[in-house]
Design a protein around this ligand. Structure first.
Ligand code: AMP
Ligand code: MG
Length: 410
């Protein structure tokens, strides 16, 4: 049977990053940049004040000058609000009132915060005083944000393949980039299969269950940056499965994702339909949960068939489908984080690569893990209670308490 790594590599080798598109900055949250971003300008573009206070020449606050000027009184020769262009050049003994973000006047090289001066009237609308004094010595450069402090002209500030987070959008706005080249979102046609499956709002009937996989998988696709085309539920007949697959063929989707119907049951038609009208690359992987996992092509469309059991479908998605979506969307910084943890109890496996549901606790910098209950592949609750999957490598049947294990953080 194929190992998890071999299976993933086989799947990934059939997918390439999708095309790019240019979209408006406001729509860019969580999209993947398709180009490096740099700027032709320094940011900030001009020396400016980091505080509300007085722009001064630091020399005027040296201990000697302070003494000579009897307490350091400086003549206030200008008032500089944010957004204005100062016209004065400070001479020895002069200061200018200045607001945060306002451009420093020529001659000034430091700002003394208003709190450190004798000017206590801080109401909005108050005009600048005639003189200002203070006793503190200020170094040149203090409370000044010099030109280029944040970004130097020519510097690459965001990289191709990077996910655009809120702060990235802010940076693009700062640079004046209103339209951004990003990768197109991968599109996935999603279907469930099984005669036992009911819609979420249908009353329960004997022998039936609700189709939970469509919801888990659609949300998983979206969380990985993909777009979902919901095909609904196929009955356990060849015709019904064919009908939904045909629908997928007519749509512009990167691949078809199904759950259930790929095992060895008498009514597992999904695998059969793919074999009959395309090719099956493999349909079993040496893992638990999630052994019946199929990969192939339906006509010329890529197909991934996840197992039906809700936890197997989820794990299969994380291990095989999320990486596909990352590749298709050009994402280079994504992926679930993997960390080393220590299990508080002995953990058993059957020798297949196993993914066990666990909750992680941190104490004094050490991460420990405790299983969240029943590990059966149909037990969705223990998956909901987990925040990680412990990965027991193939060939290992028992991990003693306290030994390090790799964990995939959810
Ligand atoms: P199968 O692969 O068709 O044998 O399905 C394996 C198990 O998963 C069965 O217990 C099914 O009832 C269950 N199952 C299949 N599809 C879904 C689904 N969409 N939602 C919840 N459970 C499912
Ligand atoms: Mg079934």
């Amino acid at each position: 049977m194929l190992s998890v790594t071999e299976a993933r590599e086989r799947i990934l080798s059939h997918f390439q990053t999708t095309a790019t598109e240019v979209i408006s900055l406001a729509a860019c949250a969580n999209r993947i940049l398709a180009v490096d971003i740099s700027t032709a300008y320094d940011f900030p573009l001009f020396d400016n004040s980091a505080m509300d206070g007085f722009a001064i020449r630091a020399e005027d606050t040296s201990p000697v000058t302070l003494r000579q000027a009897q307490g350091g009184a400086l003549r206030v020769v200008a008032d500089i609000p944010a957004g204005s262009t100062p016209s004065v050049t400070l001479q020895p003994g002069e200061a200018a009132r200045i607001m945060t973000g306002a451009q420093l006047p020529a001659g000034a090289n430091a700002v003394i915060p208003v709190e450190d001066t004798d000017f206590h009237n801080r109401e909005a609308g108050t005009s600048a005083p005639k003189t200002v004094s203070f006793t503190k010595v200020i170094e040149a450069g203090e409370n000044v944000r010099p030109r280029g402090m944040d970004i130097r002209a020519g510097e690459v500030v965001l990289k191709k393949g990077q996910t655009l987070k809120p702060q990235g959008l802010g940076l693009l706005a700062m640079l004046g980039i209103s339209n951004v080249q990003v990768y197109k979102k991968p599109r996935v046609a999603l279907l469930s299969s099984g005669d036992e499956l009911l819609e979420v709002d249908a009353p329960l009937e004997s022998g039936k269950i609700r189709d939970s996989n469509s919801y888990t998988l659609a949300a998983s696709i979206e969380s990985a940056g993909g777009e979902v085309l919901r095909l609904g539920v196929a009955k356990d007949t060849r015709e019904s499965v064919e009908e939904l697959f045909q629908k997928a063929l007519r749509e512009d989707v990167d691949f078809i994702l199904s759950s259930a119907g790929v095992s060895v049951g008498a009514f597992d038609y999904v695998k059969e339909v793919v074999e009959a009208n395309g090719s099956l690359n493999f349909w079993r992987v040496n893992m638990r949960p999630g052994k019946p996992l199929a990969f192939g092509k339906y006509f010329d469309r890529q197909f991934i068939g996840l197992p039906g059991n809700p936890v197997s479908a989820f794990v299969g998605f994380e291990v095989f489908v999320r990486p596909v979506l990352e590749r298709l969307s050009g994402q280079l910084d994504g992926g679930r984080r993997r960390v080393k943890v220590r299990s508080v109890e002995e953990v058993e496996s059957d020798g297949r690569e196993s993914y066990l549901r666990a909750k992680i606790h941190e104490k004094n910098g050490v991460l420990s893990a405790r299983l969240t209950g029943h590990q059966g592949s149909g037990n969705l609750l223990s998956l909901v209670q987990a925040d990680a999957l412990l990965i027991i490598p193939a060939g290992v049947k028992c991990v003693p308490a306290g030994q390090e294990i790799e964990a995939l953080l959810l």
